[in-house]
Design a protein around this ligand. Structure first.
Ligand code: FAD
Length: 516
């Protein structure tokens, strides 16, 4: 008998909630807030997908994951098949399942979401990604060396995605990272209670298995330049994914007081340099008792929740617009509020107050109201005359946005745009032949999945530049030691093995002319 067709009435009506730590408990530890799906949760949620023919979720995903097909595989309990489908497009499912803003991407356009709550696509993706880490799955492709050497600058999601695609195309890939550990914002920015560093490390380990080499503690632009990489160092192509980690301040009085810092500094000290484990690690970080964090993006939410976990009595969020305009994911605002963060919407700081010993005693603020929309399309915040007020704080953290990391721009002849980001064409080629760029260093601060999409787009252009065909990759199933393509056993099906072409690496390390 043919299976009964699912309809919006026959599927489970409620979205399956993940297990979560209690707000009061988790606010004082660094364990994950969202504990993910159990098997029965994943099967129930997968059953909510209608497998609709339009598949709006696929176009809602910046890298076009074949979402209905992977959910179908979960429902059929073929979890390895689901993993193969996801990793065909996205190499970091355990990361993206946790931190992508699905509500404004795939889930935002889900057909089920027109009548009920959308299918929890991100949670299902995470379920598969976590299972892959637990069971040690990795898709190691069959590749023949192409003879080309590729250098990647920056090991965030953009750099990692580009590195993986170029390694799968047979290139000898080296990733240079300024910090002592790879991972970019995934490691130094997003705290463990949202994305454990162990998950990022497990995903990076898979890249290492592709043969990618990581050289950490290497600040490109200071140790050597982009021009040297493409010249005397012999790289045939270079990708720059250095992100936008340069913090902004407001330029208000009191910013040089002790106790004022950027969210990036706070998060890096805590997440990457283990200030939270002081004195086991000797990274200094004086946590405040009354903390004011300025901004309401993901970075601000992370900074506030880190301060709570470091032992602050009270943490305030100061934001000049209303909750509707807050750039953070709705789930993060909700979690922060549950943990006891106090939100001051329509409030802007005008000065940080000195305690007389070069420390912070408080913040002077002004109330705002919303006026006409500005260039961003959001209603412009306008100060309300005479509404200034003070409140007590001994630590002030700025999380009002970041700028391009400037070193590469300052030390190369790369063309930059007027804001200091690297200028590229549509294929992410820069003004220097053989040098490509993508992720936050091109677009400004964006999202993990967009950065990965950019890394993959740049890899396609780079392959074209090197004369490598952009072809599907044949995977060797590590356990079975047999070649597979998207989970299909090729030996068994007597498929011809699709091998990557073997282009001629140019003699003398000179890249071929662009467009070959
Ligand atoms: P990055 O991740 O910034 O990586 C760039 C890397 O390059 C860094 O490791 C840096 O050390 C290195 N580098 C810089 N200069 C040099 C140099 N000269 N030489 C060598 N290495 C260099 N996005 C989401 O989708 N969901 C979220 O929940 C989310 N939360 C966030 C929370 C925080 C605190 C922050 C800061 C960002 C968050 N984002 C989130 C945004 C997302 O993390 C970024 O858009 C994404 O990481 C950008 O990737 P990237 O590879 O371009 O750059």
């Amino acid at each position: 008998m043919a299976p009964k067709k699912k309809t919006i009435r026959t599927i489970p009506q409620q979205r399956t909630p993940p297990r979560e730590q209690e707000a009061q408990v988790r606010a004082r530890n660094f364990e994950e807030v969202n504990c993910g799906y159990r098997l029965e949760d994943a099967l129930r949620e997968a059953d909510r997908c209608l497998l609709c023919p339009d598949q709006p979720c696929v176009s809602g995903c910046p890298v076009g994951i074949d979402i209905p097909r992977f959910i179908e595989q979960i429902a059929a309990k073929n979890f390895r098949g689901a993993y193969d489908i996801i990793t065909n497009t996205n190499l970091l499912p355990a990361v993206c399942g946790r931190v992508c803003p699905q509500e404004s991407q795939c889930e935002g356009v889900c057909t089920v979401g027109e009548s009920l709550e959308p299918v929890a696509i991100g949670r299902l993706e995470r379920f598969v990604g976590d299972m892959a880490i637990r069971d040690g799955w990795a898709n190691v492709p069959y590749v023949e060396p192409s003879g080309f050497r590729v250098g990647i600058v920056g090991s965030g999601p953009a750099g990692m995605a580009c590195a993986a695609d170029m390694a799968k195309a047979g290139c000898d890939v080296t990733v240079f990272e300024a910090f002592h550990q790879a991972g970019g914002v995934l490691k130094y920015g997003i705290p463990d209670f949202r994305l454990p560093n162990s998950v990022v490390d497990a995903e990076i380990e898979k890249l290492a298995r592709l043969g990618i080499k990581f050289e950490c503690n290497t600040l490109v632009g200071r140790l050597f330049s982009i021009e040297q990489m493409i010249g005397e160092m012999g790289f045939h192509a270079v990708f720059i994914g250095t992100g936008a980690g340069y913090p902004s301040f407001m330029g208000i009085p009191g910013e040089s007081l002790n106790g004022v810092l950027s969210a990036n500094e706070l998060l890096t000290r805590c997440n990457l340099m283990h200030a939270r484990d002081f004195p086991a690690y000797d990274t200094p970080l004086q946590p405040g008792r009354q903390v004011a964090v300025i901004g309401a993006g993901n970075t601000a939410m992370d900074a506030m929740r880190v301060c709570l976990r470091l032992g602050a009595d009270k943490v305030h969020c100061i934001y000049r617009r209303s909750e509707v305009e807050a750039p953070a994911r709705a789930e993060e605002v909700h979690h922060a509020a549950e943990e006891g963060i106090e939100f001051h919407w329509l409030t802007s700081p005008v000065a940080i107050l000195d305690d007389g010993k070069r420390g912070v005693r408080g913040l002077q603020c002004i109330r705002m109201q919303l006026g006409e929309p500005d260039d961003s399309g959001r209603r412009r915040p306008v100060p309300v005359a005479g509404s200034e007020f003070e409140f007590a704080a001994d630590m002030v953290v700025f999380a009002i946005g970041t700028n391009a990391n400037p070193i590469i721009g300052q030390t190369s002849k790369l063309r930059l745009d007027r804001r200091g980001y690297i200028a590229t064409d549509d294929g992410l080629a820069t003004s220097i032949a053989g040098v490509f760029a993508g992720g936050d260093i091109v677009t400004g601060a964006a999202t993990v999945i967009e950065a990965m999409g950019a890394g993959r787009r740049a890899a396609r252009s780079m392959k074209h530049y090197l004369g490598l065909r952009d072809t599907d990759v044949v995977f060797r199933d590590a356990a079975a030691e047999r070649p597979t393509l998207f989970g299909i056993d090729l030996d068994e099906h007597d498929f011809a093995l699709v091998r990557l072409p073997r282009p001629q690496a140019p003699a003398g390390g000179h890249p071929p002319a662009a467009g070959t």
